[in-house]
Write a new protein. Structure first.
Length: 356
């Protein structure tokens, strides 16, 4: 861990951290899903400058600045540098071009300070204060925890090591130029766009489920309507009814026509929703509009169900009246049969009296 007395942050900012893919050396791998604090540290005891970023308890970046390093801006909000000691390339995606410029300027200052420190060390002169020209408002009092990498006690490299570092840096820069660096500027914006995309996908799945549900309800309503139509046809095929029955049938026919129109309109709206779901939903406003349409469809379905219930009730009343009329007609017929039978008996009695 960092010693608060020995190593202090001199500049801090926030950025999305990336590392080059060690397998392909062509693509960027995000170090975390969110922006992290990235800080420049100065170790006064060893006269060393480092860039450190911590994610949780893990040191994402632990890069010692050397005079041979170069920070390159690859886009308006993205920059990178190669660290041959860690055998990797670090990339930072910033929220704005201004933050990128501030980080690049500080990198140049630290690099120059490291160069001066190396020259003084090689001359074996005492380093009294290799301080950077840093103002107080650039220091952010953000507590940062990091881990020292292997070989951190060795302050400077030999001349042969510097040549090796330079060669490795050129090799990494060549690999990056041949790779897909043109896509780097989109990496920093990937996670924020992914959240919005997940919300839109969830809304699309919900709309699909609602459309399937409405289709099932529509089929059920169509079957009920067909059943009502058959019952009305049966009533029309049975005998002659009084004027009240005729009026009821006309009202039922009109109600059924209105129900058919409502079902047709509902089917058209469902087809429209199905055609819309195939396209890409580009904003939350479209989702709200679709939800509102689904709510309207639900209200209209409730109204349709109520009207169907009223139609069934009316049919039941008509059937009850018909049964009542049929019962009365049956009673009248039975009375007529009794009277006819009695009249027949009376005629036979009169005939016997005449013969006697």
């Amino acid at each position: 861990f960092l010693s608060p007395c020995r190593e202090q942050p001199i500049f801090s900012t926030r950025a999305h951290v990336f590392q080059i893919d060690p397998a392909t050396k062509r693509n960027w791998i995000p170090a975390s899903k969110h922006a992290l604090t990235v800080s420049y540290f100065y170790d006064a005891t060893r006269n060393v400058y480092r860039i450190i970023s911590v994610g949780g308890t893990k040191a994402i970046i632990n890069s010692t600045i050397t005079p041979n390093m170069t920070f390159t801006k690859t886009s308006q909000k993205f920059g990178q540098w190669a660290d041959s000691r860690a055998n990797t390339v670090y990339g930072l995606g910033f929220a704005s071009e201004q933050h990128l410029s501030q980080f690049a300027e500080k990198f140049q200052e630290v690099k120059e300070a490291a160069r001066l420190a190396r020259e003084k060390s090689q001359d074996k002169t005492e380093l009294t204060n290799p301080a950077l020209s840093i103002t107080s408002h650039q220091v952010l009092p953000s507590p940062i925890i990091s881990s020292n990498g292997p070989g951190e006690d060795k302050l400077f490299r030999s001349q042969s090591a510097d040549v090796e570092i330079s060669t490795e840096k050129e090799r990494l820069k060549k690999m990056l130029s041949e790779g897909s660096v043109s896509e780097v500027q989109w990496e920093a914006e990937f996670f924020s766009l992914q959240d919005n995309n997940n919300k839109l996908v969830a809304a699309l799945h919900e709309a699909n489920a609602n459309v399937d549900q409405w289709k099932k309800q529509l089929t059920a309503y169509q079957e009920e309507t067909e059943s009502l139509r058959q019952r009305v046809a049966e009533l029309e095929s049975q005998g002659t009814h009084d004027s009240s029955s005729e009026n009821n049938k006309e009202e039922l026919s009109q109600t059924l026509e209105e129900l058919e129109l409502l079902i047709k309109a509902k089917d058209e709206e469902i087809q429209m929703l199905k055609s819309q779901k195939c396209g890409r939903w580009e904003a939350e406003g479209e989702r709200e509009e679709t939800l509102q349409k689904l709510q309207e469809l639900e209200a209209r379905n409730a109204e349709l169900e109520q009207r169907l219930h009223l139609a069934e009730q009316t049919l039941a009343e008509s059937l009850a009246e018909r049964e009542k009329m049929h019962s009365e007609v049956t009673k009248v017929a039975e009375i007529m049969d009794v009277k006819i039978f009695e009249l027949s008996e009376l005629r036979q009695g009169l005939a016997k009296l005449v013969e006697s």
